[in-house]
Design a protein around this ligand. Structure first.
Ligand code: GLP
Length: 244
């Protein structure tokens, strides 16, 4: 779906999330949200904060699972996805801290595998993800599932591509400061969500959006696997859609 602007599209995505939360509230149920970081979802989060502050939208029945986190990284580092999520969303809404789940960038290497399995089990315990938000990296990654990721991959430790680290250097000052690894939900984890919304804005994303939507399905561009899902919607602005 192509919208005139990021702002317009973000308000619509936030409204959909709010509708889900309220429908679950009415039934006494929990809404399980899969969240993404990066510049792409920022306006969705600011609109959710506005709905909380101005229209009384409550997040008391919301459980969240973030897609990914750099590894290694301290949660207190300003580039951590823990810091990002608190700055843009969690500090401004009434979500219970215990309901927030973000991959742990401080784990010992030998504890990561078990931790990742537990992350998957926790998502299942809450009944699975109702909505998973996604951005897209210029390598075609979703979460941090870089080229070569398997369509049935689960949450795991991955190595970041050079281009991904270069793109992240705007937050870390220099590429050398960007962690070389990350913990990410897998493509298989993402696929289990009942609804997947991939968002992309601006000309910089036009060529990867073309590949993701129209290209051959290949592990070399992990986002092409989304063509196999009937629960996915790409929500883009006119610039990101300009090569379609
Ligand atoms: C990072 C994140 C992805 C995100 C991508 C695009 O690699 N791990 O989840 O989609 O960046 O970032 P941006 O939204 O800033 O373009």
């Amino acid at each position: 779906t192509v919208y005139a602007s990021q702002q317009e599209a973000s308000v619509i995505v936030a409204a959909r999330i709010a509708t889900l939360i309220k429908a679950k509230q009415a039934k006494g149920e929990t809404a399980v949200l899969g969240l993404a970081t990066g510049a792409t979802p920022v306006k969705v989060y600011s609109e959710l904060v506005r709905l909380h502050k101005e229209e009384g939208l409550s997040f008391s029945n919301v459980v969240t699972f973030n897609l990914d986190e750099y590894y290694p990284i301290q949660p207190t580092a300003k580039q951590s996805y823990v810091a990002f999520m608190h700055e843009h969303l969690f500090n401004h809404i009434d979500i219970a801290p215990a309901n927030i789940h973000i991959p742990d960038g401080t784990l010992n290497k030998d504890a990561i595998h078990a931790w990742c399995l537990e992350y998957e089990q926790k998502i299942e315990k809450f009944g699975g993800l109702d909505i998973q938000l996604l951005g897209i990296g210029r390598t075609g990654h979703i979460g941090f599932n870089e080229p070569g990721s398997a369509p049935n991959s689960g949450t795991r430790l991955v190595t970041l591509e050079e281009l991904t680290r270069r793109d992240a250097s705007r937050d870390f000052g220099a590429k050398e400061n960007v962690p070389s690894k990350a913990i990410t939900m897998g493509i298989g984890t993402i696929f289990k969500a009942r609804e997947i919304i991939l968002m992309a804005w601006n000309k910089t994303k036009a060529s990867i959006i073309k590949k993701a939507v129209e290209g051959d399905i290949t592990g070399e561009v992990p986002a092409t696997f989304l063509q196999l899902s009937s629960s996915v919607e790409f929500i883009v602005d006119e610039d990101a859609a300009s090569e379609l």
